[in-house]
Structure formats: C-alpha cells, structure tokens
Design a binder for this molecule. Structure first.
Ligand SMILES: [Zn+2]
Length: 120
C-alpha cells in the first residue's frame, strides 16, 4: 500500500512534492504544512493521516496541558498516548481529554518512497 493522495489535484500534489523535497524545516505540523503548500487544513490533516498510516514518515504526538499551551509536556509515538498522566509542569493529574491538546508533528528527515508516491 502507498498513499494515494487522491483528494489532491495535480497542482496540489506538485506543490506538496516540491515542499517535501526541499525539506525545510525538518519537523512540521499540519497547520505549517497547510501554510507552506497552500493546502486547506483539512487536506493537510488528510496528508498526515495517509502518511502516518502508510509509514511514509515518522509522526509523533505532542501533548500540551492547559496549564501551559506553549510547552509540550510529553512527546510520544503516534496513537500510543493514554490517560491518566501527571503533568510534568504543574504536577496535576490529568484524567480528561479536554484538559490537553494533542498536536501531530512529522519528521521530514524520515520520509520514504517519495518518488513512488508522486509517480503517475
Ligand atoms: Zn500542567
């Protein structure tokens, strides 16, 4: 299986490929990918989902607690995060999902099979 990116048109795919092969910065989040490639945030999230599912790149979850939205309290493998945890910043026990924000981050240095994905 390879990502099909069937929700993107030819021009969007070209922009995405151009960005991914220029590879700066090395780590990127969905909203950044959307800005850099002019994709909608929905499409950007779909790219993240397809690439994660097909192991096209290594993707990590960053966990933020509401006590400090600017500093992640934890970084873990995609989908491996489970509550409850203790916040490393405020030491509060976190038991509900609405106390945290989870952000995906992809490591562009781990990209594989780019040529294959974008070949027609
Ligand atoms: Zn906290």
């Amino acid at each position: 299986m390879k990502p099909t990116l069937s929700f993107l048109d030819v021009q969007q795919k070209r922009k995405l490929k151009d960005f991914l092969t220029s590879c700066e910065p090395k780590k990127i989040q969905p909203h950044e990918l959307a800005i850099k490639t002019s994709l909608s945030i929905e499409h950007s999230l779909m790219v993240f989902a397809e690439f994660a599912e097909n192991k096209t790149w290594k993707q990590t979850d960053l966990i933020y607690h509401k006590c400090n939205p600017g500093v992640p309290i934890l970084s873990c493998d995609l989908g491996s995060f489970e509550l409850p945890i203790k916040c490393s910043l405020c030491e509060e026990n976190i038991e509900a999902l609405d106390e945290i924000v989870i952000e995906q981050i992809a490591d562009l240095s781990t990209l594989v099979n780019l040529e294959e994905i974008f070949s027609e």
